[in-house]
Design a binder for this molecule. Structure first.
Ligand code: ASP
Ligand code: MG
Length: 415
């Protein structure tokens, strides 16, 4: 008998009919001989509605009160799913985060799970019950309720799967899996049947669907995660340890060389670039620029420092467009202090990336990427790479084209 953790997103439990459908799916999984623990998100847009409601009462809602308010969304859905299961004759019990043993730090609105003791969950499972757990929340050592950040139910599900030693965590959502690119931008995008954790992390942090923290946890604890459509008629994508991309069979050297090392193309809109020009090139200058930004909680992405000419260098970096105003103000002040010439910003940029674990040991991917963009007359503003990702910053107006061009250039439309 396998122990599975299933997670259903907000769309899957948006109304009574869909809750009944989810209950039927859970019962089918149980009847197939599995023990099932289920994590649910709040119904439909409940979380957004609760946030709007709070802001209609208070300009800056108290973080503790806001978290307790938001936690009610998942309490509604988990109790309703338990009731629907009982209607089907299944023995089910719902639990809040405290009952499920989910302990977090005190960072309201973006809490991290610091411990998970699922003894009550396990006891109920061992009694043959289906357990439904409210996602997205935890409790602190002082018994305050916290939330894990938007989309945090994924994290609840993976953490629970890790703590229970579940065979797999199944995340059911409104898309059928992970794609080679956003299908809204690239109609030819294909669904991937499997992907490694690192690649998924790069895809997730660039706009694809899952909560990055959930992937980090899954990678750390080696929890296989199946992402699939809630309709359940398609196979989904398995995120797991993907050491041997040949699938375990002995591949010839030729096959290995020929296989496509790019798994997907991702993008991010709303990128801004700040450039501090003609900075005196001496030790400590770059630190002087970035320390005040980090103190102001502005997260900086790509950083480029030009080669210095006549002991002057340009420092450019990107931030989210929403942080551009604050970043420019801080940089202008610092520029004055360190004797830089001036500071300019460009707010209409985007990032496009190719992602794939095989790229790290193979030359030529960067040049193919640059050639493809050049052939489409798309100018590259900045470039960064990681072991498994190459990112180009381009004009936001060309971003969709860039995604499509790269998807075609790396033949991601072909199986
Ligand atoms: N309900 C929360 C949100 O909308 C958590 C989740 O859906 O995972 O962000
Ligand atoms: Mg939601």
């Amino acid at each position: 008998m396998a122990l599975l953790v299933q997670k259903y997103g907000g769309t899957s439990v948006a109304d009574a009919a869909r809750i009944r459908h989810v209950a039927e799916r859970i019962v089918a999984c149980r009847e197939a001989g599995n023990q099932v623990a289920v994590v649910v998100s709040a119904m439909g847009d409940t979380t957004d509605e609760l946030i709007a409601l709070a802001h209609s009462i208070a300009a800056n809602p108290d973080p503790r009160e806001l978290d307790l308010l938001l936690s009610t969304g998942e309490l509604v859905s988990c109790t309703l799913v338990a009731m629907a299961l009982r209607e089907l004759g299944a023995d089910a019990v719902s639990m809040n985060a405290a009952q499920a043993g989910i302990r977090t730090d005190t960072a309201h609105g973006r809490a991290s799970i610091v411990a998970l003791d699922p003894k009550r969950v396990r006891r109920e499972l061992d009694r043959g019950r289906i357990v439904i757990i409210a996602g997205f929340q935890g409790t602190t050592a002082d018994e305050d309720v916290t939330t894990l950040g938007r989309g945090g139910s994924d994290t609840t599900a993976v953490a629970l799967a890790a703590a229970l030693g579940a065979e797999r965590c199944e995340v059911y959502t409104d898309v059928s899996g992970i794609y080679t690119a956003d299908p809204h931008v690239v109609p030819e995008a294909r669904q991937l049947f499997e992907i490694g954790y690192e690649e998924m992390l790069e895809l997730a942090s660039y706009g694809a669907k899952m909560h990055p923290r959930a992937i980090e946890l899954a990678a750390w604890y080696h929890v296989p995660v199946l992402v699939a459509g809630a309709a359940g008629d398609r196979p989904g994508t398995l995120i797991h340890d993907l050491e041997d991309p040949s699938g375990g069979e002995m591949a010839s050297m030729g096959e290995m060389e020929a296989r496509n090392r790019v798994s997907g193309v991702t993008y991010e809109r709303g990128v801004a670039r700040i450039t501090v020009r003609a900075v005196p090139d001496r030790p400590g200058i770059v630190a002087a620029v970035f320390e005040p930004l980090s103190e102001a909680n502005v997260s900086v992405d790509t950083i480029v420092q030009s080669a210095s000419a006549e002991r002057l260098t340009d420092v450019s970096f990107t931030v989210a467009k929403t942080d551009a105003g604050a970043a420019l103000e801080i940089s202008r002040r610092v520029a004055g202090e360190i004797g830089a010439a001036d500071c300019v910003s460009d707010t209409d940029l985007g990032a496009v990336s190719i992602v794939g674990t095989g790229m790290q040991n193979a030359p030529g991917y960067a040049s193919r990427m640059f050639r493809a963009l050049a052939d489409a007359s798309i100018n590259i503003e900045m470039i960064t790479t990681s072991q498994i990702r190459i990112t180009c910053i381009v004009a936001e107006a060309h971003l969709d084209d860039a995604v499509r061009v790269l998807h075609a250039a790396f033949e991601l439309d072909k199986a």
